[in-house]
Design a protein around this ligand. Structure first.
Ligand SMILES: [Zn+2]
Length: 239
């Protein structure tokens, strides 16, 4: 088990002090909202290649309010082009799933840096995955059912937002990376920037907040969202 006290990012520190007024909304399957316009691609199962955890559902679930807002987001995008479909890669994560992700990333980091001490390994791991605090598992955004990782397809093609094979934890994964004019060196970069703008605009329009570090991650209702918007958090930990 990884200690969760290692240098939390500022938004997480603020979120940890934010109370939740749990609204009690249930989790619903995201595949059932906006049929045909929202598709799922279970990132966890793709990455692990197998079901490491017994009973992990093949369907992805979000709180009802967050799921309905995804429908608003995809409809917003489809005003620009009705071939767009939103792909949900991660939605609700159980405590077990979150812990399993931590173990997987920790192992990867250990393999990458075999000479580093345990302390440094943990610090690097925390950059890659949220370390679940044992006493407050709802602080991990995906355990609330309000956080979602998404991508976009147009027809059958993936909408590009970064060069192929970019490591997901590179600086380029920051949501606003291409808003820095110094980073624009080709027409392709402009395309990445504009595709990211479309995704962000649609998600913000629907009520989600942007995660600055991870261009694919958006929050609604949880404490990270509450810190970013000033609204009370309505989604705590849910099993
Ligand atoms: Zn995420």
């Amino acid at each position: 088990m990884i200690p969760a006290e290692v240098a939390m990012p500022p938004i997480t520190r603020s979120a940890a002090r934010t109370p939740v007024r749990e609204c009690g909304e249930p989790l619903v399957p995201v595949g059932a909202v906006a049929l045909g316009k929202i598709i799922t691609e279970h990132q966890y199962l793709l990455e692990t290649g197998r079901k490491l955890i017994k009973d992990i559902p093949a369907e992805l679930y979000l709180r009802r309010g967050a799921a309905l807002r995804l429908a608003l987001a995809v409809n917003y995008m489809r005003k620009a082009d009705d071939n767009y479909r939103l792909v949900v890669n991660t939605a609700h994560r159980s405590k077990e799933e979150q812990l399993e992700m931590q173990r997987l990333v920790l192992d990867k980091v250990k393999n990458l840096y075999p000479r580093l001490g345990e302390d440094k390994i943990q610090k690097i791991t925390q950059r890659y995955v949220f370390l679940l605090p044992e006493k407050d598992p709802g602080l991990a955004p995906h355990t609330t059912g309000g956080a979602v990782d998404i991508s976009l397809v147009k027809g059958l093609n993936r909408v590009p937002v970064a060069p192929p094979n970019t490591p997901i934890y590179a600086e380029i994964s920051r949501s606003y990376y291409y808003e820095n004019p110094d980073k624009i060196t080709s027409g392709q970069d402009i395309l990445y920037r504009d595709n990211r703008r479309l995704i962000r605009a649609a998600m913000i329009h629907a009520g989600f907040t942007v995660n600055h570090q991870e261009r694919w991650h958006f929050d609604f209702g949880n404490r990270q969202w509450a810190v970013a918007t000033g609204h009370p958090a309505i989604y705590g930990y849910i099993d």
